[in-house]
Design a protein around this ligand. Structure first.
Ligand SMILES: Cc1cc2nc3c(=O)[nH]c(=O)nc-3n(C[C@H](O)[C@H](O)[C@H](O)COP(=O)(O)OP(=O)(O)OC[C@H]3O[C@@H](n4cnc5c(N)ncnc54)[C@H](O)[C@@H]3O)c2cc1C
Length: 541
């Protein structure tokens, strides 16, 4: 008997069941059953492929099944993180209460040692692309912030601060099996984009500093260490600091390092992740990186890595959306035909699949460039390297920004389309994880720089380097491999746009120019992704 039939039984009961779909989805393995992802891994990892493929094959069932179940449990509104500010003896503790399942998931994910020296970069990358398919799940942002913390510590080793070396060891390799979690607190009430407007004060205290003031968006408020931007007393320039959440020995007694968490924000998405508002009142902070260059350090290293990670996450979100819509549209029958057999549905499915593959191929290609470059992270636009290297570094910088805005924007479209393939069931939180991931992707679009800020940044960057890297050359280099007429088309459009008042004062002309710049950036980056996809498909047949 066809279990998907919706013929009523004689007793008026409805025998319709979703079981076939639910079972198939439950048994999906997000790597083994994702041939396209395997092809991408093969194309980009070359001689490493076989051993890497094996490692990911054995890792993937855990994400696809156990971690996915935990993520679903942690997403329930009744287990959202909340705060207990005081203990029974009137001590201020600011405990963030999270469900056991959340702590278990976090322990298992971080226990993978994804940032350890023993983990190969591509292996970590592919595993993270699978983990991101859980949605935020209370682990994606912590992983992302930890990557930035590690990069910062590695970029600026400091003999005067052995504590920083210990923090690095704790986050990368773990201490007795405990892997530390990082956070990054830059935004204040008056400015998230406008970081130079930071007013948090760092008061010198010997070789360290004491922080005073407020940070208004503090995700991963439960982290062990955070990267914090602040202005040193008397300076109008921002510097960067590392702040332990507890001083050694204080974690057990819940005595925080000179700060209070005023509250946890109630957010549209990433709800499992505690985003706090923090008041510093003398927190001990270790300085890191050049004094007064905090913006360049934060943007060039920490935020660049977060933005890169968001691109990888969006590829993961879209792969999942494509896989699950494909399955459902092959299960669900409407008016006597499967959903997938209607041209209107088929084109939506095709659009989702193309976006997922294009975004994935683009994310791999950008990461490939990242790995190929010696010291790919730079505070500010590179100045001192040989010209050719400088151009490659510039390409990477702009591709990371373009990917952040395009993949989050398209991610939201893809998730909405995917929800629509499921119809009414698509918006049911317990029926599918897609509504949750949809909300997460909208959050991803805002943090680490919203679209218009990054569009401005890209425009100004291209203008700023024009004397050593012409827009025409930049387009030719990024779109290398595209047909000549396409390269010429984009080069002409870019040259033309750079003459227009995209970032000028408000006028009919500047609004139109801004619209064109947005459309150009989107289409230019999609062209890059398409080249990546074509190369991948060509090489893997
Ligand atoms: C859920 C969540 C968690 C977060 N967690 C953290 C965290 O852990 N740490 C942290 O530091 N921050 C965090 N943030 C803050 C986030 O990074 C900021 O919200 C973001 O950078 C934007 O800053 P803003 O909210 O102040 O917006 P604004 O800077 O006020 O931006 C408002 C609008 O102005 C536009 N805009 C800004 N500058 C320009 C420009 N030059 N040209 C054109 N348009 C412009 C923006 O695109 C936007 O549309 C979090 C945000 C969210 C939503």
């Amino acid at each position: 008997m066809n279990t998907t039939s919706h013929e009523p039984t004689t007793k008026g009961k409805n025998s319709y069941t979703f079981e076939e779909f639910v079972e198939k989805r439950k048994n999906l393995d997000w790597y083994r059953d994702e041939l396209f992802l395997q092809q991408a891994v093969k194309h980009f990892t070359g001689s490493e492929f076989i051993s890497l493929h094996r490692a990911v094959l054995s890792f993937s069932p855990k994400v696809s099944s156990r971690w996915n179940r935990l993520a679903e449990q942690n997403a329930r509104p009744e287990v959202r993180p909340y705060m207990v500010h005081y203990d029974a003896f009137n001590n201020r503790i600011d405990r963030i209460v999270r469900p056991m399942e959340m702590q278990q998931l976090e322990k298992e994910v971080f226990g993978e040692g994804l940032f350890s020296n023993k983990m190969r970069p591509w292996e970590s990358f592919v595993k993270r692309m699978l983990i991101h398919q859980l949605g935020e799940a209370g682990v994606a942002c912590p992983l992302t912030c930890t990557i930035g913390l590690i990069a910062l510590l590695e970029e600026y080793p400091d003999e005067n601060h052995p504590e920083l070396q210990e923090i690095l060891q704790h986050t990368k390799e773990g201490l007795e099996g405990d892997y530390a979690i990082g956070a990054q607190f830059m935004s204040e009430m008056q400015g998230g984009s406008d970081l130079p407007a930071n007013v948090l004060e760092a008061v010198p205290d010997g070789k360290n500093y004491r922080l005073y003031g407020n940070k208004f968006f503090c995700s991963v408020a439960h982290a062990d260490y955070s990267v914090v931007t602040a202005k040193i007393t008397g300076s109008d320039k921002v510097s960067t600091f590392i702040v332990p959440s507890w001083m050694p020995g204080d974690k057990e007694s819940e005595k925080r390092n000179g700060y209070q968490i005023n509250r946890i924000k109630w957010k549209m998405g990433t709800a499992e992740l505690p985003t706090g508002e923090i008041q510093y009142d003398g927190a001990l902070a270790y300085p890191i990186g050049p004094v007064g260059k905090g913006i360049a350090v934060a943007v060039g290293i920490v935020l660049t890595l977060s933005r890169l990670e968001i691109g990888i996450a969006c590829a993961g979100f879209m792969l999942r959306a494509a896989r699950e819509t494909k399955l459902y549209s092959d299960f669900r029958t409407v008016f006597g035909k499967k959903v997938k057999d209607y041209p209107l549905s088929a084109r939506t499915l095709k659009r989702i699949e193309n976006a997922a593959e294009r975004t994935t191929a683009g994310a791999f290609k950008i990461y490939d460039l990242f790995l190929r470059l010696d010291r790919p992270l730079n505070p500010g636009i590179p100045k001192d390297q040989p010209l050719e290297l400088r151009k490659q570094l510039f390409n990477l910088r702009e591709l990371v920004l373009l990917q952040k805005i395009c993949a989050t924007n398209e991610g939201a479209e893809v998730l909405r389309d995917a929800i629509s393939i499921f119809g009414g069931h698509g918006v049911m939180e317990e029926f599918s994880s897609l509504p949750r991931i949809f909300r997460d992707v909208v959050v991803n679009e805002q943090w680490e720089g919203p679209r218009n800020l990054l569009l401005t940044q890209i425009y100004r960057d291209i203008q700023r380097v024009a004397d050593w890297y012409s827009p025409i050359e930049f387009v030719g280099s990024v779109l290398s491999g595209a047909p000549q007429e396409k390269v010429e088309h984009y080069a002409e459009r870019l040259t033309d746009l750079l003459q227009k008042p995209v970032c000028g004062e408000i006028s009919e002309e500047s609004i139109m120019a801004a619209e064109e710049w947005d459309a150009f950036s989107d289409s230019f980056f999609k062209e890059y992704q398409q080249i990546a996809l074509d190369e991948l498909k060509k090489s893997t047949g």
